[in-house]
Design a protein around this ligand. Sequence first.
Ligand code: FES
Ligand SMILES: [Fe+2]
Length: 356
Amino acid sequence: MSATTLDRPRARGEGPSDPEVQAHLKTGLRNRWYPVLPSRFVEISGKPLGITRLGERIVLWRDATGVVRVQSDRCPHRAVPLSKGMNEGDRIRCAYHGVEIGADGTVLAVPGQPGCALEGKKAVKTYPSFELAEAIWVWFGDALHAEAPPFNPPEQLAGGEFSTFCCYADWRASWRYIYDNLMDPMHGAFLHANSHSMSQGETSARFVTRDTEKGFFFEKDGQRNVNFDWSEFLDDGALMVRLEIPYPRTGGPGGNFGIVSVITPIDETNSACFFWRFRKVQGWVRDTWRFLYRTKLEPRHWHVLEQDREMLDGVGLGLERGEMLYQHDAGLMRLRRYLARQARLQMVALHEAGVG
Ligand code: FES
Ligand SMILES: [Fe+2]
C-alpha cells in the first residue's frame, strides 16, 4: 500500500487510541529491516557483541565462514547475556555454564549435563539478517511477521553506479525526532547556513508534498538544486529518507551530494543513526571523489551532523506538546501521521490474531 492510502486520518472507533499508538511506536515500528551496526564492528570469530536495538537485547557474532549471526542476547539456561560468552566459530558458548547455541538458535550441547532435555531445543530467537552497504541489517518482525521478506535496497545502496560512505553515530534522541529533522529541509538555510554547501538560496519558502509509490517528497516550491531543498520519505522494507545537497565546484565531481538515512531506535530516547553519503560516480572519477571525501570533506560533514545532533541532544519524549508548527512542518506532520497509521494497523492485526 502506498503512503497515500495509509496516512489517512483515523476513523472513529478504529483500533487503539492515539496514546496507545504512540506508546507502541516508542521503540520503533516493527516489520521493517533496520541497520544495527557497521559491518566492521563485528570481526570473524571475534568476541560476541551485545547491543540494544528497538528495545531488544541482541547479540551479534560473525561465524568462521564470515557470516554474521544475530540472536537474542539471553542464554536459555539462566537468562544471562550470551554476549558475555565465546564465539566458537559455528556456535556461541555461554560463559556461565558452557551451554552451546548454534547459529539457528538450537541448543547443541549442555556440557554440565549431557543428554538433558534442553539439548536439541530451538531455544534462542534468531533474527534474519544480511549485510549491505557496509552495515548489518536485521529484521524486527512482530509476532505475525517472524519471517522476513527480501529487502530491495534503493539504488544508492545497491552498489553499481553509486559510491557510498556509511556514516554511523549514536544520538541521544528518539528515532522519531531524528526523522522529523530529516523531513525538515528548511533548517538547512539556518542551522547549516555557515556550511560550505548550504549557504545559498532563500531563507523563506513555501513547501509542497508530492506522492510517490512508496512514500512522498517534501520540497520547496520553485527552488531546486540551490540548497537542501527537498527530502523524500521512502517506506520500502525499511524506513528511509533520501535527500540531496547541491555541491559547489570545489566539492569535486559527481554532481549533487546525496544522503540516504535510516534511523534505528536503540530504546525510547537513543538512536543508532546511519547516513550513507553518496555520489553517482564511476571509474577514476569515483576514486577522485573517494579521495577528496576522505581527505577534505568528511570533517565538514561531521561538523554539519554535529549541528543537528546538538539541536536534538537529550530532548526527552513529549517534545510535541510544546510545539507550534507552521507550513514548513507539513512534511514531518505527514510522516508522524503515516507512522501512527502503520503502527495502528499492526496493533489491530495483532489484536485480531489474539497475540496483541
Ligand atoms: S546461564 Fe548460560 S549456561 Fe548457564
Ligand atoms: Fe541538518
